[in-house]
Ligand binder design. Sequence first.
Ligand code: DHK
Length: 146
Amino acid sequence: MTSILVLNGPNLNMLGSREPEIYGSNSLAAIEKICRKRAKELGIDIEFLHSNHEGALIDAIHDASEKVDAIVINAAAYTHTSVALMDALKSVPQPVVELHLTNTHRRESFRAKSYISLAADGIICGFGANGYALALDAALGLIDAK
Ligand code: DHK
């Protein structure tokens, strides 16, 4: 069965209570439910992971290289800082969809810079929790196009 890794970076475990006026009211568990529902509709499997640690996210990307067909990643703040995560994504053959809840281009200027974009096939940002469902659709499209 087609499988997609959905990887979540630092502070996303605080969604729901974290700056809800910016990030919305959905918890990460609620977002996982949205993903599982969409995955069921698409007839695919997902692995939904979160870590606050850069190395753990890198390990998850390396581990995924054997197991999944695409990677959806919301690297959160590491988006703007992590050459290591970019390199990890470039080291695996799967298509990559970069994802953000918010429109990072309409916020502080430092959020407009993304190392993840340099490794991603495409970007979805600004659609809140629904962006996760859109990212699964996009990732499946990339898998099918391969
Ligand atoms: C989430 C974060 O935690 C921020 O550090 C990013 C991203 C934006 C999001 O919109 O999902 O700048």
